[in-house]
Design a protein around this ligand. Structure first.
Ligand code: ZN
Length: 120
């Protein structure tokens, strides 16, 4: 599993990581150091925290709305990559396709078909 920030995408702002970036995260979602600080400040104040409760896309321009689409796609691809990497970890521990299927709510066969190319 790749632990470097290079090419990773912040799940909050969409910035792409470089060798100088720092990301926090887990379960495939990542947050760049800029967003960590930004959300720390927002969450530290009741007034700014309330701002998060409104639909933030209501204050975005059409161009900002459109510019968000490829960022969401990049995050989705990153999550898919993380899931495939995690399934490799699962399989490397000797857990079965039936185990994978059980926790995903799919059959053993469906789990194998979905991930076999990445984790065998
Ligand atoms: Zn960010």
């Amino acid at each position: 599993m790749d632990h470097t920030p290079i090419g990773k995408v912040c799940s909050f702002c969409g910035v792409v990581g470089t060798s100088k970036s720092s990301f926090a995260g887990g379960l495939g979602a990542l947050m760049c150091s800029h967003c960590v600080m930004k959300y720390y400040e927002i969450m530290s104040s009741p007034e700014t925290k309330r701002e998060l409760q409104r639909p933030w896309w209501n204050v975005m321009t059409d161009e900002e709305i459109l510019a968000t689409v490829p960022k969401i796609t990049a995050v989705q691809e990153q999550l898919d990559d993380f899931l495939r990497e995690w399934i490799k970890v699962v399989r490397s521990r000797g857990l079965t396709w039936a185990d994978v299927g059980r926790v995903m709510g799919i059959t053993r066969q469906a789990a194998w078909q979905r991930f076999r190319a990445y984790a065998e």
